[in-house]
Design a protein around this ligand. Structure first.
Ligand code: WTA
Length: 638
């Protein structure tokens, strides 16, 4: 086991770690940057293509394509390609939440068999290449099987996070016109059974969904509608265990994943078959330094992009054994996740700062040795120095590199991180761009900022193979959101960042109204829409403020149209949010105010609201139409 060397608060892998690492030489960066497209083209050759790509990169700003002319199937690469060499290797270890239940272990062969059977089942239900299939499922092997089966037959999956409410599901299903939904009866969460099927039934009302496939997981009572609903097990039982993988064009859509953006409505981010596969494969392999005997565990829910890329596709493309846990990592005991690491000998662990801060709060010192761990990593929000150090000392025991990986739903895979065999690992800094990725930090005028100066983080051509190809049915949104700030050739991430003198990047936070609540991407605009739509509300403003564990939490300022301010009304509004988005979006506090601070042209000044909480100077209030509103606010929040 290697030790990590500390040089003035910058950490490096020692000789032993370096020696074993897949990449341990800086020269990869230089080489890749000299010719990024060749770098990716070479990696693409490690995958199986039915037809080799003709062109690596085609740029038609703001659009771009990768590996055009190539034909590929991600399910073929995850399964069939691995059957030759590791047919009997364990692919997936599924750990249920109830302790008395046994884990489920699927080898590459067994997983492949089940995917093939379910692919045939989907075909029997009439699903064709290009059709969109909704997946509203918890952390189950069947969720992965469903995703792979869609990909196998060329259907486009649109996974919706299982903790989203029926209304959130409905909006996403309406957005894609999906005709079929795959869901489960229920699942375990903190010892309770969540009835998912009830939400699914509610969510499909008024949508195009005509068929629903139900996995029996928790055995809870459901309303089963004959002729519309099908049980997964009955449907797949008699299917053949071979289904030819569709030969997909590299630029065909692989999946759509909805994400919060700078307005109220979620955007359907489009990812494609060729580029996404190459990036998921390469980043999982090289960043997590995967070797054949590694056991990888990403705690990310399959309903988010990290779940797609690193709890499903990335490990499978690399023929890795990986763990999927049904529940929250700190349940039933705070150290449950440590036990899981020890039980399976996890070598590579990927989680979010929220979880790390929660572990730290609940455990302080960790008794478990977790001696198999070799690499630990973090994603989704900035990680503060205290949490970083705790993670390093208590979880990694000073022996594991910490990779702080930066990316987005839109980028499909990690774009900025240190590499484990090179380093440095510097607390609160995510690292440098992955080989072949060109980024910059620009000021408002589009000029690069100096070291330690904040600016907008951008990605420059040729971007990366796994980046989004569009916003579903909304080209204008694609152009405006990502290529509207610095022109058609520069992708704006909406993140603010700066570099230190060594070029290491630190992410400061978002420049738009996206907030990260316990790692979940939400937008304050989305919350405002939901609250505003409540009949007793006249208008509202939502802001995110820092929170010790969750990173950020939403606060709502509400002006009422009718009804009395007070606890009852707070409850009603919270219910409105739970119904509209889900429990994850619950405001931490609701303040009732007579008016919101506004400019003379009527724009709500959320900046002022934020400043009230950061105790910053309020600055010049003379541009406000109602400066007295600020006095009222000051009194209320004290
Ligand atoms: C933030 C998650 C700091 C960032 C994969 C980004 C991070 C947004 C990091 C995307 C990190 C992600 N350090 N901030 N290592 N990783 N972010 O789409 O603001 O859920 O734009 O994708 O999360 O969130 P998303």
């Amino acid at each position: 086991m290697g030790k990590i060397i500390n040089k003035k608060n910058m950490f490096f892998p020692d000789k032993e770690f370096k020696k074993k690492a897949l990449i341990n030489n800086n020269s990869i960066y230089k080489k890749a940057l000299k010719n990024p497209t060749k770098f990716w083209a070479d990696i693409a050759k490690e995958l199986y293509w039915f037809n080799k790509p003709k062109k690596t990169f085609v740029h038609k700003p703001p659009y771009f394509q990768w590996f055009t002319g190539g034909k590929i199937n991600i399910s073929y690469n995850c399964l069939d390609k691995n059957l030759e060499e590791r047919r009997n290797k364990v692919a997936l270890i599924w750990e249920p939440e109830p302790l008395e239940e046994r884990e489920r272990i699927l080898t590459y062969y067994e997983l492949s068999r089940q995917v093939n059977k379910f692919s045939n089942a989907l075909k029997q239900l009439g699903v064709k290449k290009g059709d969109v299939v909704g997946i509203y499922m918890p952390m189950l092997p069947e969720t992965i099987i469903a995703m792979l089966a869609c990909a196998r037959i060329g259907a486009v999956h649109a996974v919706v996070f299982s903790a989203f409410s029926s209304n959130a599901l409905k909006i996403r299903l309406e957005g894609t016109k999906a005709k079929i939904l795959i869901t489960a009866d229920g699942y375990y969460r903190r010892g309770k059974i969540v009835n998912l099927k009830d939400s699914a039934d509610e969510g499909i009302k008024g949508t195009n969904v005509k068929k629903v496939v139900v996995v029996k997981r928790a055995g809870n009572q459901i309303k089963f509608k004959k002729g519309r609903d099908y049980y997964w097990n009955e449907l797949t039982e008699n299917q053949k265990d071979h289904c030819e993988a569709a030969k997909m064009n590299s630029e065909d859509t692989l999946f759509i994943l909805f994400t919060s953006g700078s307005t109220g409505k979620p955007k359907g981010i489009i990812h494609t078959c060729g580029g996404y596969t190459v990036q998921a494969y390469a980043t999982t392999k090289l960043i997590f330094d995967l070797k054949d005997d590694d056991i990888f565990w990403s705690t990310a829910d399959l309903g988010w992009i990290t779940g797609h890329t690193y709890s499903c596709y990335g490990p499978l493309l690399n023929g890795t054994t990986f763990v999927l846990y049904e529940g929250v990592p700190g349940y039933p005991e705070p150290n449950q996740w440590c036990k899981t690491i020890e039980k399976y000998g996890v070598t590579t662990f990927y989680t979010a700062p929220t979880a790390i801060r929660m572990f730290e709060k609940e455990m302080r010192t960790i008794k478990e040795k977790m001696s198999t761990l070799q690499l630990i990593s973090s994603v989704g929000e900035p990680i503060d120095e205290e949490a970083w150090k705790w993670y390093f000392n208590q979880v990694g025991k000073g022996n594991c590199p910490i990779l702080d990986t930066w990316w987005q739903t839109e980028t499909g895979g990690i774009l900025i991180t240190s590499l484990p065999g090179i380093g440095p690992f510097k607390p609160t800094f995510t690292g440098i761009p992955f080989p072949g990725i060109r980024t910059d930090i620009l000021n408002k005028e589009g000029k690069p900022v100096k070291a330690n100066e904040k600016g907008n983080l951008v990605i420059l051509p040729p971007f990366s193979p796994g980046m989004l190809r569009g916003v579903y049915k909304n080209p204008k949104k694609y152009q405006e959101t990502y290529f509207g700030t610095y022109g058609n050739k520069i992708y704006f991430t909406s993140d603010v960042a700066y570099k230190d003198k060594n070029g290491l990047i630190r992410i400061v936070g978002r420049a738009d109204d996206v907030i990260k609540v316990a790692g979940h991407r939400l937008s304050t605009g989305e919350l405002e829409n939901i609250i505003d739509s409540y009949k007793k509300v006249s208008e509202c403003a939502v802001i995110g403020i820092p929170h010790e564990i969750k990173g950020e939490v939403p606060l709502a300022f509400v002006v009422l149209k009718s009804g009395k301010p007070g606890d009852e009304m707070k409850k009603e509004i919270v219910q409105q949010v739970e119904k509209g988005i889900g429990k994850i979006a619950r405001p931490a506090e609701i303040y009732f105010v007579k008016e919101l601070p506004k400019t003379r042209s009527g724009k709500i000044m959320r900046r002022i609201l934020r400043k009230l909480f950061s105790k910053e100077d309020m600055g010049d209030l003379s541009t406000l139409a109602n400066p007295e509103s600020v006095e009222e606010l000051k009194k209320i929040i004290q």
